[in-house]
Design a protein around this ligand. Structure first.
Ligand code: FE
Length: 248
């Protein structure tokens, strides 16, 4: 069955990377919660999408340059007055959940990977008993390589539309194989049966991201991709139930 990953805790249902969204996702009948991590100036690991607080909270600043307490003082837009949480707190929410982690290693401002960050994320997940329930993702080949050195857990390369268009799927597949990457994910709007067959033919697993509306979710289910991320987890669950009910 195609796996559903609640993107940033279900952004369109609960706000972007909110505690409420993460708690709600932990109780939903789906497979994974997707989230992004960034380091603070004083050594904490915070769960937030952007490298800055500017776009999605009432506060400005680059997480890497802020203290944990400053990040925690920010209020997330469209949340219940909530603040970003740490990776440790996210682990606590999911300790007793059936939903597993899909942890995205984000770059900092300017799109460059944080130095020495990946081993710290892996260690933190291990310390809180979640590493064996985590799949990693990143758009950055450098982060893929660092993950490969830091853990044997599964990792998937998020292939952005410009990279997919500029390289072409055959070069993407070759790059993935050259770096020992077992799985790729593409934007759902760039997925089709032919592309999927090329990826599968190379022995790679295939998923999609950004399947947010009914048409996009139905497309992912119909293609039968391994996994997709969605900002609307409740809608995805309903459509997956309908899809399998209809197939029976
Ligand atoms: Fe992400």
């Amino acid at each position: 069955m195609t796996r559903i990953a609640s993107h940033r805790g279900g952004t369109l249902e609960f706000g972007d990377s909110t505690p409420t969204g993460f708690r709600a996702t932990s109780r939903l009948p789906l497979d994974e919660v997707e989230f992004d991590v960034h380091p603070t100036a004083d050594g904490a690991i915070m769960v937030h999408h952007d490298p800055t607080l500017d776009r999605t909270t009432d506060t400005k600043g680059e997480i890497r340059q802020l203290a944990e307490a400053e990040v925690r003082a920010a209020r997330i837009d469209y949340s219940r007055g909530e603040s970003p949480i740490s990776l440790a707190e996210l682990c606590a929410i999911y300790a007793t959940s059936d939903v597993d982690f899909r942890c995205e290693i984000k770059p900092g401002v300017g799109g460059r990977a944080y130095d020495d960050f990946v081993p710290r994320v892996v260690a933190e997940l291990d310390r809180h008993g979640m590493l064996e329930r985590t799949v990693f993702s990143s758009f950055l080949i450098r982060s893929m390589d660092e993950l490969g050195r830091a853990t044997t857990r599964p990792r998937l390369w998020l292939v952005s539309p410009p990279v997919l268009i500029q390289l072409g799927i055959h070069a993407v597949v070759e790059l993935a194989r050259a770096h020992g990457i077992p799985e790729i994910g593409v934007n759902i709007d760039h997925a089709d049966r032919a592309l999927m067959e090329i990826v599968a033919g190379a022995g790679l697993e295939f998923g999609c991201w950004a399947a947010h509306d009914s048409a996009q979710i139905t497309k992912a289910l119909t293609l039968g991709v391994k996994v997709f991320t969605t900002d609307r987890p409740s809608l995805a669950i309903d459509l997956r139930n309908d899809f399998h009910g209809g197939m029976a």
